[in-house]
Design a protein around this ligand. Sequence first.
Ligand code: ZN
Length: 131
Amino acid sequence: MLFDFQLQTPNEGLVDITSEVSMAVRESGVNEGICVVFCPHTTAAVTINENADPDVRRDFVLGMDKIFPDMKDFHHAEGNSDAHIKSSSVGASEIMIVRGGKLLLGTWQAVYFCEFDGPRTRKFYVKVIGE
Ligand code: ZN
């Protein structure tokens, strides 16, 4: 079963999509299986990270900017090569386990849509497979 979602993103940052992904798992009726979240964009990504302290999300963005700064000698005309590199380094998808009809996440884990070149209207897909 495939679910389509749309979201409005900030300039740069992590948007918590755990409730949307959990809703897809519930609606799929799958009890035991696998859930894939896929981001169909080249300047955004999907990751799993801490859900407790919002400073982790802030520091994530700061750290990514430090590791992958916008460089003067990039050639890409759109001017967002740093966002393309961040997107590939984080990755376009996450795979999670579904157990007992729910996402098997750690207590402090949430699923995040990562925006590196917003604000934009973005999409992501959730595929749930199992029985
Ligand atoms: Zn570009």
